[in-house]
Design a protein around this ligand. Structure first.
Ligand code: FES
Length: 162
């Protein structure tokens, strides 16, 4: 099944499964959780379901910085920039990921392996500064740990290709 159809089917299922009519933000959050981003076709279908214009849906989605509009990389990296992580130099960690991956936050590497995003507090402040690779929480992040993590991934990817 093509991805556009998959998204449309998901919207139908999402609305048919809801007891009360979902609001726009709730539907956008659910769609991003399902697909890892907000597909254009999904936002259009959502607009139709909620009887609002696609421009309205897009305007709301772009207002909140937790929504992304391109598919995440195979290894989505999220750097926490909540207060505790920010105080403990989370910014240096984000900068270092950007330098090493050659992308800015919100972008995906050319080979679609990595995406990089900043997120608000992920709820484990005692481990700050924190990054997530997929669902795995990495504690006490530092630029050196970024190097180690990316090297470890590179070795694993090379092993997987053999
Ligand atoms: S501020 Fe980063 S986990 Fe809470």
């Amino acid at each position: 099944m093509d991805e556009n159809q998959e998204v449309r089917d998901w919207i139908e299922e999402f609305f048919s499964g809801s007891e009360k009519s979902p609001n726009l933000i709730g539907a956008l959050l659910a769609m991003q959780k399902q697909f890892g981003y907000l597909p254009k076709v999904g936002m259009k279908a959502l607009a139709g379901r909620l009887s609002v214009s696609p421009a309205n849906v897009f305007a709301v989605a772009t207002f909140y910085n937790q929504f992304r509009f391109i598919p995440p990389g195979k290894y989505p990296i999220k750097v926490c920039m909540g207060t505790a992580c920010h105080i403990k130099q989370g910014g240096l960690v984000l900068d270092h990921f950007e330098r090493k991956l050659g992308i800015s936050e919100g972008e995906v590497t050319g080979d679609r392996e990595y995406s990089l995003d900043r997120v608000a507090c992920v709820g484990c402040c005692t481990l700050a500064p924190v990054a997530l690779v997929g669902d795995e929480v990495i504690a006490d992040m530092s630029p050196t740990k970024v190097d180690g993590l990316l090297l470890q991934h590179k070795i694993k990817r090379e092993q997987d290709q053999e």
